[in-house]
Design a protein around this ligand. Structure first.
Ligand code: SF4
Ligand code: SF4
Length: 89
């Protein structure tokens, strides 16, 4: 759920063991829903993580990440307003 109360349009799966902690995804994410963690992964880097809400599914983090398989973006199906109105009727 976003801060505006709308359902999230996307989600991300971060592969923390492949992350090199470069922070490019954190900087590039428009709604700023990624952050670097305090813990270290097996390579000794602070991996990025999803805060758990607010992703729009834009895919920018996927395209800026230099690590293959570092990030997977999921686009979530959001019910259309019309369908919701119809369901409420
Ligand atoms: S898909 Fe877009 S909104 Fe979601 S975490 Fe990546 S950059 Fe941020
Ligand atoms: S861009 Fe990729 S390697 Fe860099 S911090 Fe984000 S997930 Fe890790």
């Amino acid at each position: 759920m976003t801060t505006s109360g709308k359902p999230d349009r996307g989600s991300v799966k971060m592969n923390s063991e492949e992350c090199k902690g470069c922070g490019l995804c954190v900087e590039a994410c428009p709604p700023k829903v990624l952050r670097l963690t305090d813990r270290l992964n097996r390579y000794g880097y602070h991996p990025a993580e999803y805060v758990g809400a607010g992703c729009t599914g834009c895919g920018i983090c996927f395209f800026v990440c230099p690590e293959p398989g570092g990030i997977a973006v999921l686009r979530l199906e959001v019910p259309k307003a019309a369908a919701l109105a119809g369901a409420a009727a």
